[in-house]
Design a binder for this molecule. Structure first.
Ligand SMILES: NC(=O)C1=CN([C@@H]2O[C@H](COP(=O)(O)OP(=O)(O)OC[C@H]3O[C@@H](n4cnc5c(N)ncnc54)[C@H](O)[C@@H]3O)[C@@H](O)[C@H]2O)C=CC1
Ligand SMILES: O=C(O)[C@@H]1CCC=N1
Length: 264
Protein backbone atom coordinates (compact mmCIF):
# COMPACT_ATOMS: atom_id res chain seq x y z
CA UNK A 1 0.00 0.00 0.00
CA UNK A 2 1.25 3.45 -0.90
CA UNK A 3 -0.14 5.80 1.74
CA UNK A 4 0.21 9.55 2.22
CA UNK A 5 -0.74 11.37 5.40
CA UNK A 6 -1.49 14.96 4.47
CA UNK A 7 -1.09 17.02 7.64
CA UNK A 8 1.11 15.20 10.13
CA UNK A 9 0.10 16.79 13.42
CA UNK A 10 -1.26 15.05 16.53
CA UNK A 11 -3.59 12.66 14.74
CA UNK A 12 -1.50 12.26 11.57
CA UNK A 13 1.54 11.29 13.62
CA UNK A 14 -0.52 8.81 15.65
CA UNK A 15 -1.68 7.19 12.40
CA UNK A 16 1.91 7.12 11.12
CA UNK A 17 3.08 5.39 14.32
CA UNK A 18 0.40 2.73 13.96
CA UNK A 19 1.20 2.15 10.29
CA UNK A 20 4.93 1.84 10.95
CA UNK A 21 4.28 -0.66 13.75
CA UNK A 22 2.06 -2.66 11.41
CA UNK A 23 4.63 -2.58 8.66
CA UNK A 24 2.00 -2.92 5.95
CA UNK A 25 2.86 0.10 3.82
CA UNK A 26 5.06 -0.02 0.74
CA UNK A 27 5.66 3.69 1.03
CA UNK A 28 4.47 6.30 3.50
CA UNK A 29 4.55 10.00 2.68
CA UNK A 30 4.16 12.41 5.60
CA UNK A 31 3.40 16.04 4.81
CA UNK A 32 3.46 19.13 6.99
CA UNK A 33 3.99 22.82 6.27
CA UNK A 34 7.12 22.92 8.42
CA UNK A 35 8.63 19.44 8.35
CA UNK A 36 11.45 20.01 10.84
CA UNK A 37 9.83 18.18 13.75
CA UNK A 38 9.13 15.03 11.72
CA UNK A 39 12.24 14.77 9.56
CA UNK A 40 13.65 11.96 11.74
CA UNK A 41 10.82 9.76 10.42
CA UNK A 42 12.85 9.27 7.25
CA UNK A 43 15.03 6.92 9.31
CA UNK A 44 12.34 4.37 8.56
CA UNK A 45 13.38 3.29 5.08
CA UNK A 46 9.98 3.55 3.39
CA UNK A 47 9.00 6.95 4.85
CA UNK A 48 9.35 10.21 2.95
CA UNK A 49 8.77 13.56 4.68
CA UNK A 50 7.84 16.58 2.58
CA UNK A 51 6.03 19.92 2.65
CA UNK A 52 4.89 19.24 -0.91
CA UNK A 53 1.37 17.78 -0.80
CA UNK A 54 1.30 17.39 -4.58
CA UNK A 55 4.40 15.19 -4.56
CA UNK A 56 2.86 13.01 -1.83
CA UNK A 57 -0.39 12.65 -3.79
CA UNK A 58 1.42 11.75 -7.01
CA UNK A 59 3.42 9.00 -5.30
CA UNK A 60 0.58 7.48 -3.27
CA UNK A 61 -2.77 5.70 -3.75
CA UNK A 62 -4.35 6.13 -0.33
CA UNK A 63 -4.51 9.70 0.88
CA UNK A 64 -5.28 10.24 4.55
CA UNK A 65 -6.06 13.89 5.31
CA UNK A 66 -5.48 14.99 8.91
CA UNK A 67 -5.40 18.80 8.77
CA UNK A 68 -7.58 21.25 10.66
CA UNK A 69 -11.04 21.79 9.12
CA UNK A 70 -10.23 25.35 7.96
CA UNK A 71 -7.12 24.11 6.11
CA UNK A 72 -8.83 21.27 4.27
CA UNK A 73 -10.65 23.02 1.44
CA UNK A 74 -7.61 24.80 0.03
CA UNK A 75 -5.56 21.58 0.20
CA UNK A 76 -8.25 19.65 -1.70
CA UNK A 77 -8.19 22.37 -4.39
CA UNK A 78 -4.40 22.22 -4.46
CA UNK A 79 -4.28 18.48 -5.26
CA UNK A 80 -7.57 17.95 -7.11
CA UNK A 81 -6.12 17.85 -10.63
CA UNK A 82 -3.76 15.00 -9.62
CA UNK A 83 -6.46 12.60 -8.50
CA UNK A 84 -7.15 9.50 -10.58
CA UNK A 85 -9.37 6.43 -10.37
CA UNK A 86 -7.05 4.50 -8.04
CA UNK A 87 -6.81 7.24 -5.45
CA UNK A 88 -8.81 6.74 -2.28
CA UNK A 89 -9.35 9.95 -0.33
CA UNK A 90 -9.76 9.29 3.39
CA UNK A 91 -10.65 12.31 5.49
CA UNK A 92 -10.34 12.40 9.27
CA UNK A 93 -11.56 16.01 9.34
CA UNK A 94 -14.22 16.81 11.90
CA UNK A 95 -17.47 18.22 10.53
CA UNK A 96 -16.43 18.30 6.86
CA UNK A 97 -19.25 16.61 4.95
CA UNK A 98 -18.83 14.25 1.99
CA UNK A 99 -21.10 16.59 0.00
CA UNK A 100 -18.61 19.43 0.52
CA UNK A 101 -15.69 17.24 -0.53
CA UNK A 102 -17.60 16.12 -3.63
CA UNK A 103 -18.30 19.75 -4.52
CA UNK A 104 -14.53 20.22 -4.87
CA UNK A 105 -13.37 16.79 -6.04
CA UNK A 106 -16.44 15.62 -7.95
CA UNK A 107 -18.65 12.63 -7.13
CA UNK A 108 -16.42 10.39 -9.25
CA UNK A 109 -13.73 10.40 -6.58
CA UNK A 110 -13.48 7.60 -4.00
CA UNK A 111 -14.23 9.49 -0.80
CA UNK A 112 -14.22 7.97 2.65
CA UNK A 113 -14.80 9.83 5.89
CA UNK A 114 -13.15 8.29 8.93
CA UNK A 115 -13.19 9.15 12.60
CA UNK A 116 -10.28 7.43 14.33
CA UNK A 117 -8.72 8.37 17.66
CA UNK A 118 -5.16 8.82 18.88
CA UNK A 119 -5.04 5.23 20.19
CA UNK A 120 -4.35 4.41 16.55
CA UNK A 121 -0.68 4.90 17.46
CA UNK A 122 -0.84 1.72 19.57
CA UNK A 123 -3.17 -0.22 17.26
CA UNK A 124 -6.25 0.34 19.43
CA UNK A 125 -8.30 2.98 17.63
CA UNK A 126 -12.06 2.74 17.50
CA UNK A 127 -12.66 4.11 14.00
CA UNK A 128 -16.01 4.96 12.42
CA UNK A 129 -16.26 5.02 8.63
CA UNK A 130 -18.66 6.13 5.90
CA UNK A 131 -18.26 6.73 2.17
CA UNK A 132 -19.75 8.43 -0.87
CA UNK A 133 -21.44 6.27 -3.54
CA UNK A 134 -18.22 5.82 -5.49
CA UNK A 135 -16.16 5.19 -2.33
CA UNK A 136 -18.49 2.43 -1.07
CA UNK A 137 -16.68 0.00 -3.39
CA UNK A 138 -13.39 0.86 -1.70
CA UNK A 139 -14.60 0.99 1.88
CA UNK A 140 -13.32 -2.56 2.47
CA UNK A 141 -9.85 -1.23 1.85
CA UNK A 142 -10.36 1.45 4.51
CA UNK A 143 -11.77 -1.20 6.86
CA UNK A 144 -8.68 -3.35 6.32
CA UNK A 145 -6.39 -0.42 7.10
CA UNK A 146 -8.26 0.66 10.23
CA UNK A 147 -8.91 -2.89 11.46
CA UNK A 148 -5.15 -3.34 11.33
CA UNK A 149 -4.93 -0.33 13.64
CA UNK A 150 -7.74 -1.27 16.01
CA UNK A 151 -11.44 -1.83 15.32
CA UNK A 152 -13.69 -0.17 12.75
CA UNK A 153 -17.40 0.07 12.07
CA UNK A 154 -19.32 1.56 9.17
CA UNK A 155 -21.91 4.13 10.22
CA UNK A 156 -24.28 6.56 8.51
CA UNK A 157 -22.71 9.91 7.73
CA UNK A 158 -25.33 11.75 9.83
CA UNK A 159 -23.77 10.09 12.93
CA UNK A 160 -20.18 11.18 12.25
CA UNK A 161 -20.34 14.15 14.66
CA UNK A 162 -21.64 11.91 17.42
CA UNK A 163 -18.89 9.40 16.64
CA UNK A 164 -16.32 12.18 16.98
CA UNK A 165 -17.51 12.88 20.52
CA UNK A 166 -17.68 9.25 21.63
CA UNK A 167 -14.54 7.93 19.96
CA UNK A 168 -12.16 10.83 19.30
CA UNK A 169 -12.95 13.12 22.25
CA UNK A 170 -13.68 9.92 24.16
CA UNK A 171 -9.96 9.30 24.57
CA UNK A 172 -9.72 12.51 26.62
CA UNK A 173 -12.83 11.62 28.65
CA UNK A 174 -11.45 8.20 29.59
CA UNK A 175 -8.04 9.70 30.40
CA UNK A 176 -9.71 12.02 32.91
CA UNK A 177 -11.50 9.10 34.55
CA UNK A 178 -8.22 7.20 34.80
CA UNK A 179 -6.49 10.26 36.24
CA UNK A 180 -9.23 10.77 38.84
CA UNK A 181 -8.95 7.10 39.86
CA UNK A 182 -5.19 7.55 40.13
CA UNK A 183 -5.67 10.54 42.42
CA UNK A 184 -8.03 8.50 44.58
CA UNK A 185 -5.48 5.69 44.79
CA UNK A 186 -2.74 8.11 45.86
CA UNK A 187 -5.02 9.39 48.61
CA UNK A 188 -5.43 5.80 49.79
CA UNK A 189 -1.65 5.40 50.11
CA UNK A 190 -0.15 4.26 46.80
CA UNK A 191 2.64 6.15 45.13
CA UNK A 192 1.82 7.91 41.86
CA UNK A 193 3.36 5.26 39.61
CA UNK A 194 1.65 2.34 41.34
CA UNK A 195 -1.61 4.29 41.44
CA UNK A 196 -1.60 4.94 37.68
CA UNK A 197 -0.69 1.35 36.88
CA UNK A 198 -3.55 0.09 39.03
CA UNK A 199 -6.01 2.57 37.52
CA UNK A 200 -5.16 1.96 33.88
CA UNK A 201 -4.86 -1.83 34.12
CA UNK A 202 -8.17 -2.06 35.96
CA UNK A 203 -9.73 0.13 33.26
CA UNK A 204 -8.29 -2.14 30.54
CA UNK A 205 -9.57 -5.19 32.46
CA UNK A 206 -13.09 -3.76 32.68
CA UNK A 207 -13.14 -2.94 28.96
CA UNK A 208 -11.81 -6.39 28.07
CA UNK A 209 -14.47 -8.11 30.18
CA UNK A 210 -17.06 -6.47 27.92
CA UNK A 211 -15.11 -6.78 24.66
CA UNK A 212 -14.29 -10.46 25.14
CA UNK A 213 -17.21 -11.55 27.32
CA UNK A 214 -19.96 -9.65 25.50
CA UNK A 215 -21.92 -8.88 28.68
CA UNK A 216 -23.77 -5.69 29.61
CA UNK A 217 -21.76 -3.58 32.14
CA UNK A 218 -24.42 -4.11 34.84
CA UNK A 219 -23.94 -7.90 34.64
CA UNK A 220 -20.25 -7.42 35.44
CA UNK A 221 -21.10 -4.88 38.16
CA UNK A 222 -23.44 -7.42 39.79
CA UNK A 223 -20.51 -9.86 40.08
CA UNK A 224 -18.48 -7.29 42.01
CA UNK A 225 -21.05 -5.73 44.32
CA UNK A 226 -21.25 -7.76 47.53
CA UNK A 227 -24.51 -6.93 49.35
CA UNK A 228 -23.83 -4.21 51.93
CA UNK A 229 -20.22 -4.26 50.72
CA UNK A 230 -17.75 -1.53 49.83
CA UNK A 231 -18.33 -1.54 46.04
CA UNK A 232 -22.03 -0.67 46.13
CA UNK A 233 -21.31 1.91 48.84
CA UNK A 234 -18.76 3.63 46.60
CA UNK A 235 -20.83 3.26 43.45
CA UNK A 236 -23.95 4.73 45.00
CA UNK A 237 -22.00 7.66 46.44
CA UNK A 238 -20.55 8.33 42.96
CA UNK A 239 -24.06 8.32 41.51
CA UNK A 240 -25.38 10.61 44.30
CA UNK A 241 -22.60 12.98 43.20
CA UNK A 242 -23.77 12.70 39.60
CA UNK A 243 -21.20 10.39 37.95
CA UNK A 244 -23.37 9.01 35.12
CA UNK A 245 -25.26 12.27 34.78
CA UNK A 246 -22.10 14.35 34.49
CA UNK A 247 -20.65 12.03 31.85
CA UNK A 248 -23.84 12.14 29.79
CA UNK A 249 -24.05 15.91 30.13
CA UNK A 250 -20.42 16.26 29.09
CA UNK A 251 -21.02 14.11 26.03
CA UNK A 252 -24.07 16.17 25.05
CA UNK A 253 -22.17 19.47 25.63
CA UNK A 254 -19.36 18.21 23.42
CA UNK A 255 -21.89 17.20 20.74
CA UNK A 256 -23.58 20.62 20.86
CA UNK A 257 -20.20 22.29 20.45
CA UNK A 258 -19.21 20.15 17.48
CA UNK A 259 -22.50 21.01 15.77
CA UNK A 260 -21.83 24.72 16.36
CA UNK A 261 -18.35 24.36 14.84
CA UNK A 262 -19.73 22.51 11.82
CA UNK A 263 -22.34 25.23 11.18
CA UNK A 264 -19.66 27.95 10.86
N1 LIG B 1 -6.48 14.98 17.56
C1 LIG B 1 -7.43 14.04 17.59
O1 LIG B 1 -7.54 13.26 18.54
C2 LIG B 1 -8.36 13.89 16.43
C3 LIG B 1 -8.42 14.82 15.41
N2 LIG B 1 -9.31 14.65 14.37
C4 LIG B 1 -9.33 15.60 13.27
O2 LIG B 1 -8.08 15.47 12.59
C5 LIG B 1 -7.65 16.71 12.10
C6 LIG B 1 -6.26 17.01 12.60
O3 LIG B 1 -6.29 17.16 14.01
P1 LIG B 1 -4.95 17.30 14.85
O4 LIG B 1 -3.96 16.28 14.40
O5 LIG B 1 -5.35 17.32 16.27
O6 LIG B 1 -4.46 18.76 14.37
P2 LIG B 1 -3.00 19.34 14.32
O7 LIG B 1 -3.14 20.81 14.26
O8 LIG B 1 -2.15 18.72 15.39
O9 LIG B 1 -2.44 18.80 12.91
C7 LIG B 1 -2.70 19.38 11.68
C8 LIG B 1 -1.40 19.32 10.89
O10 LIG B 1 -1.64 19.76 9.56
C9 LIG B 1 -0.49 20.48 9.13
N3 LIG B 1 -0.85 21.34 8.01
C10 LIG B 1 -1.51 22.52 8.04
N4 LIG B 1 -1.62 23.03 6.79
C11 LIG B 1 -1.03 22.13 5.97
C12 LIG B 1 -0.81 22.08 4.57
N5 LIG B 1 -1.22 23.06 3.77
N6 LIG B 1 -0.18 21.00 4.06
C13 LIG B 1 0.26 20.02 4.85
N7 LIG B 1 0.09 20.00 6.20
C14 LIG B 1 -0.54 21.06 6.72
C15 LIG B 1 -0.07 21.26 10.35
O11 LIG B 1 1.30 21.64 10.24
C16 LIG B 1 -0.30 20.25 11.45
O12 LIG B 1 0.87 19.49 11.67
C17 LIG B 1 -8.69 17.75 12.54
O13 LIG B 1 -9.55 18.02 11.47
C18 LIG B 1 -9.41 17.06 13.68
O14 LIG B 1 -10.74 17.47 13.76
C19 LIG B 1 -10.10 13.54 14.28
C20 LIG B 1 -10.05 12.58 15.24
C21 LIG B 1 -9.20 12.68 16.40
O1 LIG C 1 -11.45 18.53 20.12
C1 LIG C 1 -11.69 18.59 18.92
O2 LIG C 1 -12.45 19.48 18.48
C2 LIG C 1 -11.09 17.58 17.96
C3 LIG C 1 -12.13 16.71 17.32
C4 LIG C 1 -11.98 15.38 17.96
C5 LIG C 1 -10.74 15.44 18.67
N1 LIG C 1 -10.24 16.66 18.64
Amino acid sequence: MKIAIIGTGNLGLSIAKGLIKNNTTTSLYLTKRNTESIENWEEYGNVKVTADNREAVKKSDILIFAVQPNQFESILKEINDLLHENHVVISTITGFKIERMESILGSDTNIIRSMPNTAISVGKSMTCLCANEKGKKRIQLAEAIFNGLGTSIIIEERLMQAATVICASGIAFWMRLIRATTQGAIQLGFDAEEAQQMAMQTCAGAANLLIQGGNHPEQEIDKVTTPRGCTIEGLNEMEHQGLSSSLIRGIVASFNKINQIAEK
